[in-house]
Design a protein around this ligand. Structure first.
Ligand SMILES: Cc1ncc(COP(=O)(O)O)c(C=O)c1O
Length: 340
């Protein structure tokens, strides 16, 4: 193991810090260049870039984990490669070959090994790939060139307190349209969420819940994480809709809930008017990991699930199983873990 950076690993939040290297590759004249590691964290691009005006950009988020014996591993990076290409297709950008994507991530993690937090601190290395339209352009149309960059930062828990229940409030606004770009990880969805997030925080909640944009009756997202609930008869339920971001964590939990915990599982509607069907609920995602939902505020009433202070038994088991696999303490299903 190489020398670690001088960082207070136990007190990391989810904040940007500059690390030593980032990867950058350019698409021009119909093809990607080799790509290289650079030390600069600034981009120099045309003021007329489509990413700046028309939101022609998408991104990803994944993590590298330090195992007990000091090794480093990635969790399902090929799923992130597939998802960034869905965003690229949706916004008319060139796809990134999956091997190029994973190779870029591996190069960045290896070059920044000193920033991969030690095992046991709960901290991880968050990796942020992004694909943006650049070059001279002013009409609404795709960019002449594209940049694919990958950088990384060491992070602690996304929600302060880690595995403790958080309360959420239902937003009156939508983050995406019914058949818009909700299923793609594009910046526009997040720009549309900032105001709702601000209101939720101002009112003392961790973030907000988005309902389906067509009928406003079904839960879609929990801030920048997917929703799951455990029904009174032990079914793991998570919503399905064309405007939800297909969370890699969520699909991993669907598998683990069934195979490891022996729960029934279903991707189906979770009605905001029928929260009492769930004895436990949570938010899941790369950054959120599993954040237990204490309660949901809707139409002036707070509906509490298991407890506002204690974590439910199924949520705890799911968390231990998922983190056990990610940190290399439990055996992973075939192909889920890539050694760095
Ligand atoms: C809107 C939204 N939903 C869900 C997720 C969780 O997805 P994943 O588990 O792939 O990180 C994220 C984070 O990436 C997100 O931004």
């Amino acid at each position: 193991m190489s020398k670690l950076a001088n960082i207070d690993w136990g007190n990391l939040g989810f904040n940007y810090m500059q690390t030593d290297f980032r990867y950058v590759s350019t698409w021009k004249d119909g093809k990607w260049d080799e790509g290289e590691l650079v030390t600069d964290n600034k981009l120099s691009i045309s003021v007329a870039s489509t990413a700046l005006h028309y939101g022609q950009q998408c991104f990803e988020g994944l993590k590298a984990y330090r195992t007990k014996n000091g090794d480093i591993q990635l969790f399902r990076p090929y799923e992130n490669a597939k998802r960034i290409n869905l965003g690229a297709q949706r916004l008319l950008m060139p796809e990134i070959p999956e091997e190029k994507f994973v190779d870029a991530v591996l190069q960045v993690v290896r070059a920044n090994e000193a920033y991969v937090p030690p095992y046991g601190t709960g901290a991880t290395l968050y990796i942020r790939p992004l694909l943006i339209g650049v070059g001279d352009n002013i009409g609404v149309g795709p960019a002449p060139e594209y940049l694919f960059s990958v950088f990384c930062i060491p992070v602690g828990p996304y929600f302060k307190g880690g595995m403790t229940p958080v309360n959420f409030t239902v937003s009156d606004f939508d983050r995406a349209a019914p058949y818009g770009t909700g299923a793609a990880k594009v910046g526009g969805n997040y720009a549309a969420s900032l105001y709702s997030y601000h209101l939720a925080k101002k009112n003392g909640f961790g973030d907000c819940i988005y309902l389906d944009p067509l009928t406003h009756t079904k839960i879609e997202e929990v801030g920048s994480a997917n929703f799951f609930g455990i029904t009174l008869d032990d079914e793991f339920v998570t919503p399905k809709s064309p405007s939800i971001l297909p969370s890699i964590t969520k699909y991993s939990l669907l598998y683990l809930a069934k195979e490891n915990l022996g729960l029934k599982v279903a991707e189906r509607d979770a009605l905001i008017d029928n929260l009492k069907e769930f004895k436990e609920a949570g938010a899941c995602g790369t950054a959120a990991v599993i954040t237990p939902i204490g309660g949901i505020q809707y139409k002036g009433k707070l509906h509490v699930f298991h407890s506002e202070t204690e974590v439910g038994p199924n949520t705890t088991k799911l968390y231990n199983t998922l983190c056990g696999i990610q940190f290399g303490d439990l055996e992973a299903p075939a192909g889920w873990v890539i050694k760095v």
